[in-house]
Write a protein that binds this ligand. Structure first.
Ligand code: FCB
Length: 447
């Protein structure tokens, strides 16, 4: 099969440490907020945890060979902070650095380029005990960990992302409590946004050097208003502010969106943090976009704000509307055009900045039947979203690569093992890997 992508376009697949590694007590790893959270009764849909997950810690060599066999040439994985600095600050664990060196070397030996994310949500528990992302110190400790990791591995890893989806860390972690550490702090979740972005800026400043590329992976999404009414348009402005502009504006323009600070009553607090903005807005080599679905919102009947726990501080009552689009098993509506919309939005803010799709994928209730997984729905999802990328690239848009989420079925956070996103099916009882039909399609497409 031939496709319209240039040869230099990067094709990869992504995973994250806590979702795939397992081996949570191996070789000096410390506990993270996800260990604590997953072991707290009632937090995870199926009551499971990441203690074993895909056992990628012991099976990474096989998994990387699998990735290479699919014709992919890049692997986006995350580095577990509690493997490198087990208590979050202080003593460094050489065995942790060693593990990721072996992983990166296995990539290189298979012709696969490693892309590392420094923080995909597994904050060392002692740092959460000291205030987590609500306190500035965590950003500084993140810088220290990033510098140690980069110093130890930059000879084998050239492509770095600081954070994965700080929206989730802040608003699921400290907003509605659906993710670790499970706190519900109202508008204080915006302090977490700032400390995460400060951590990004401090880390970038510490690690950015010749010969590497440095970026961040965000999860921006198009936010549609359900109708053209002023109230619905205002609802969309609010949610777009929290989801997109609260991250893109400081990173790309060095300022926070005034309307969001006003909606959330945080204007005064943010005024005391202004000195951090130049660091947060320091030049990036790329932005990674994790895209799954758009969101359509409407104004509530009554007041817009209420004191309930929510990912939408100050706009808690804004309603998410079902527009009748087909959905994945997550209940996420499928709209490939949304990927174009959000990439174009970012490109308008930063016209020359290289962009990557660093995650894109879908969950379906796959079944292994006679050694095969016929995941036609995922295949369609993949095909539609890749077609959007193909169009953009043919128009000369600076989209440089596409990473499927995920290489493997894995531990889907608060959903446990009840949601499968992999190109490769994992039988959790035997750890056997089986490439799904979607993986075979991708392999042929990359041909
Ligand atoms: C993203 C996360 C990733 C995975 C997918 C489905 O928000 O970055 O770890 O859970 O969603």
């Amino acid at each position: 099969m031939t496709n319209g992508f240039p040869r230099e376009f990067i094709w990869g697949a992504a995973t994250a440490s806590y979702q795939v590694e397992g081996a949570v007590a191996a070789d000096g790893r410390g506990p993270s907020i996800w260990d604590t959270f997953a072991h707290t009764p009632g937090r995870i849909a199926d009551g499971t945890n990441g203690d074993v997950a895909d056992d990628h810690y012991h099976r990474f060599a096989e998994d990387i060979r699998l990735l290479a066999d699919l014709g992919l040439q890049a692997y986006r994985f995350s580095i577990a902070w509690p493997r490198i600095v087990p208590a979050g600050s202080g003593a460094v664990n050489p065995a942790g650095l060693d593990f990721y060196r072996q992983l990166a070397e296995a990539c290189l030996a298979n012709g696969v380029t490693p892309y590392a994310t420094l923080y995909h949500w597994d904050l060392p528990q002692p740092l959460e005990d000291a205030g987590g992302w609500l306190v500035r110190d965590t950003a500084e400790r993140f810088r220290d960990y990033a510098a140690i990791t980069h110093d130890g591995l930059s000879d084998v890893i050239k492509h770095w992302m600081t954070l994965n989806e700080p929206w989730c860390s802040a608003f699921l972690g400290y907003g509605n409590g659906e993710h670790a550490p499970g706190r519900t702090e109202g508008a204080d979740a915006l302090k977490a946004v700032h400390h995460l972005l400060l951590g990004h800026g401090l880390a970038l400043d510490a690690i950015r050097s010749e010969g590497g590329t440095y970026g961040i992976a965000l999860n921006p999404a198009p936010i549609h208003a359900a109708t053209d009414s002023p109230a619905d348009r205002d609802a969309a402005r609010r949610i777009d502010g929290l989801r997109n502009r609260m991250f893109l504006d400081p990173l790309l323009s060095g300022r926070y969106p005034a309307d969001v600070l006003e909606d959330t009553g945080t204007t005064e607090w943010f005024a005391t943090q202004e000195r951090d903005l130049p660091l947060i807005a320091a030049p990036l080599d790329f932005i990674g976009v994790n895209y799954y679905c758009p969101t359509t919102v409407a104004a509530p009947e009554g007041p817009i704000s209420s004191p309930v726990a929510s990912t939408q501080p100050g706009s808690e009552n804004v309603v998410t509307v079902d527009t009748g689009l087909p959905k994945t098993q997550m209940g996420w509506p499928i709209e490939a055009a949304g990927l174009r919309d959000i990439l174009v939005t970012i490109n308008k803010m930063a016209p020359d900045l290289p962009l990557y799709v660093t995650e894109n994928g879908s969950a379906y209730p796959d079944e292994l039947v006679d050694g095969a997984v016929e995941d036609d729905d995922r295949l369609d999802y993949l095909r539609q979203h890749i077609a959007v990328c193909e169009d953009l690239v043919s128009e000369g848009f600076p989209l440089k690569g596409y990473f499927a989420w995920s290489l493997l079925d894995n531990y889907e956070w608060a959903w446990g093992y009840s949601r499968r996103f992999g190109l490769v099916y994992v039988d959790y009882a035997t750890q056997q890997r089986t490439p799904k039909k979607s993986a075979q399609w991708l392999q042929a497409f990359l041909g």
